[in-house]
Write a protein that binds this ligand. Structure first.
Ligand code: SF4
Length: 290
């Protein structure tokens, strides 16, 4: 049977050819290294051990990691090699392990984790565009879900990722994530041991979409579900969607932030200084792998 791991359900026989995500069957990874710039309960002071998988099943036109999501930069790994890398990250004293955009490789990731399960919170960092069936394969293994919630309207899902069903799919996926993890549990060190933390990146000219998404979170997800409001959008890849060729304004950020505060949503906000930091890691160089 062809691959149906993600909502594209493109049915590719990845033994023979890549699917919509650009990936054949072999596990492919762009970067394995400590990462300091996730939310405080994920990376803490010492960082999270981040594994950036190559390719992506959503492939947003404005992706800030286009080299890996569209270009599939990286190299192949066996599950044994991934297990060994997870052990090295653990030995470095990371607070958590983050598996980033791993959906097309869920079977191989589970194989690696059967060989070595880090004794740390395991974070599944995703676009939010996931099937409930694939998420159920991760139940009992993933401790923390860190999904994006990107677009509310079918129009923006279509324009930005060719996915008019984005909100329908992601909203069901995030409800499933919350069901699996329950309410957030913080350790004594302030690191999230269990829970779902929803990220939202504000896009220029689309504060109305942001506000609808935040309202949906308040109305639908369990009380206390934290939100990370991000303002770091930078036009990338010569993005052609009208209006997305600039950064957001201070006024736009303040408008969405005020709405989040009025809703009483707990979580994290990104200060301007942090939004200006270079969040785009280096890929495909010697230092990409510990
Ligand atoms: S993970 Fe890739 S190959 Fe599998 S259904 Fe999604 S796009 Fe197709």
């Amino acid at each position: 049977m062809g691959c149906e791991l993600c909502p594209r359900r493109c049915g590719a026989d990845r033994e023979i050819q890549p699917g919509f995500c650009g990936l054949k069957k072999e596990l492919r990874i762009a970067r394995i290294a400590p990462h300091l710039w996730e939310e405080p309960p994920v990376s803490g002071r010492r960082g999270t051990g981040a594994v950036f998988f190559s390719g992506c099943s959503l492939r947003c036109v404005y992706c800030q990691n286009g080299e890996i999501s569209h270009g599939c930069a990286g190299r192949t790994f066996t599950p044994r090699e991934l297990a060994d890398a997870l052990k090295r990250l653990t030995d470095l004293g990371m607070h958590s392990i983050s598996l980033i955009t791993g959906t097309p490789f869920v079977p191989q990731i589970l194989e690696a984790l059967a060989l070595y399960r880090p004794p740390l919170p395991l974070v599944w960092n995703s676009s939010g565009y996931e099937t409930v069936e694939t998420l159920r394969m991760l139940e009992g293994t993933v401790d923390v879900y860190l999904p994006d919630l990107k677009h509310y309207s079918a129009r923006m899902g279509r324009l930005c990722a060719g996915a008019p069903d984005y909100f329908t799919v992601a909203s069901a996926a995030i409800r499933e994530m919350c069901r699996q993890t329950g309410s957030p549990v913080l350790g004594e060190d302030g690191i999230l041991q269990r829970g779902t933390l929803v990220r939202h990146l504000i896009l220029p000219g689309l504060t109305g979409e942001s506000m609808k998404l935040l309202t949906w979170i308040r109305d639908t997800l369990p009380e206390g579900t934290p939100v990370s409001l991000m303002r770091q959008y930078v036009p990338c890849n010569g993005v052609s969607v009208p209006g997305l060729n600039r950064r957001i304004t201070e006024q736009e950020y303040r408008r969405v932030l005020a709405h989040m505060q009025a809703l009483g949503l707990p979580g994290f906000v990104q200060e301007a200084e942090a939004a200006d930091r270079d969040f785009i890691p280096v890929f495909n160089r010697d230092e990409s792998f510990i």
